[in-house]
Design a binder for this molecule. Structure first.
Ligand code: CO8
Length: 303
């Protein structure tokens, strides 16, 4: 039974249960559910590859957008379409998200989408970022991030929306919300997603300092749940999924919603204002200068 259906059944019994956000009502860049319901769950788009195993009810989604799986508008659109297809397929109960790119899970938002773009384009981009977060954070599926590489900023956010995080134990990999290092500010729903996971104080320090944690530091603060050698990451994710699949869906889904609803509602009821904030902030000359400087640092690092 879906979370929405479970809630409809149980609401009669208890008016205290939280109301879910409308699953298809976010109004983002994704395709309509009816159309998607008719499509198969296995799919390969340019940037996202999905393999669904009907016998286990588990899908593996691989991000394959070279070089670093940065979250561009195109990427986010494909990501949301793939996610919505899986969500519509009631035989799909679990989702493992991982990367096909070496050394990187996701480099976070595509900085080029925020630099030198028109306000209209920035608004469209931000709406797609919101959409990805809303869909993942409110997903009925069990979601596990198999973090097989570095995962800064929006990449960390994506991992944080999942129910469980397994990271490859490699000293070169880092994870965290490092927005302040770029001279930008993580929005309230980034902050709340992290605080919901690791607590207020750790989040306050991490966000102000733009901390990028090594895998062992991330495990220590609870940003990830488990470290494994990289070659074991998918096997471990699959084993962990089995444990989660043993819990009745409706009970787990309602519990998940109870834990996340307040944060989801805050964005759902402030989407337009949040888009406007982003556009006003990101198009400021001073912020554009910071982004240019950061892009130059990235290039210099490579040279
Ligand atoms: N966007 C666009 N391009 C990127 C990004 C990115 N996020 N990250 C890396 N690239 C590019 C590099 O510039 C480089 O391009 P080129 O080949 O043309 O020189 C290419 O990808 C490869 O990068 P690296 O050589 O650095 O690859 P490595 O494997 O050595 O390192 C890393 C991979 C660790 C991911 C590294 O690239 C890195 O640290 N990238 C920056 C990550 C980052 O800081 N992301 C923050 C994005 S902002 C965000 O997600 C939230 C914003 C919230 C906005 C709120 C405003 C109100």
């Amino acid at each position: 039974m879906s979370l929405g259906a479970a809630l409809r059944v149980t609401r009669g019994l208890s008016g205290l249960l939280p109301r879910l956000p409308p699953r298809w009502g976010h109004g983002g860049a994704c395709a309509p559910p009816l159309l998607l319901a008719q499509q198969r769950s296995n799919s390969t788009s340019t940037k996202i590859k999905v393999e669904f195993d009907p016998s286990s009810g588990v899908a593996v989604m691989r991000m394959q957008s070279p070089p670093v799986n940065s979250l561009s508008l195109d990427f986010l659109t494909e990501f949301c379409i793939s996610l919505e297809k899986l969500e519509m397929d009631k035989s799909c109960r679990g989702l493992i998200i991982t990367s096909s790119q070496p050394k990187v899970f996701s480099a976070g938002l595509d900085i080029l989408e925020m630099y030198g773009k028109s306000p209209e384009r920035c608004g469209e981009f931000w709406k797609a970022v919101q959409e990805m977060w809303l869909k993942l954070y409110s997903s009925d599926m069990i979601t596990i991030a198999a973090i097989n590489g570095s995962s800064p900023a929006g990449g960390c956010l994506m991992a944080l929306t999942c129910d469980y995080r397994i990271m490859a134990d490699h000293p070169r990999y880092t994870i965290g919300l490092n927005e302040t290092l770029l001279g930008i500010v993580a929005p309230f729903w980034f902050k709340e997603t992290m605080a919901n996971t690791v607590g207020h104080r750790t989040t306050e320090m991490a966000l102000q300092l733009g901390l990028l944690y090594s895998p062992s530091e991330a495990l220590k603060v609870g940003l990830v749940d488990q470290l494994v050698p990289e070659e074991q990451i998918l096997a471990t994710a699959t084993q962990t999924m089995t444990k989660w699949l043993a819990i009745p869906d409706h009970a787990r889904q309602i519990t998940k919603s109870m834990m996340r609803k307040a944060t989801i509602d805050r964005l759902t009821s402030n989407r337009e204002a949040d888009i406007q904030n982003f556009v006003n902030f990101i198009t400021k000359d001073s912020i554009q200068k910071s982004l240019r400087a950061y892009l130059e640092i990235l290039k210099r690092k490579k040279a």
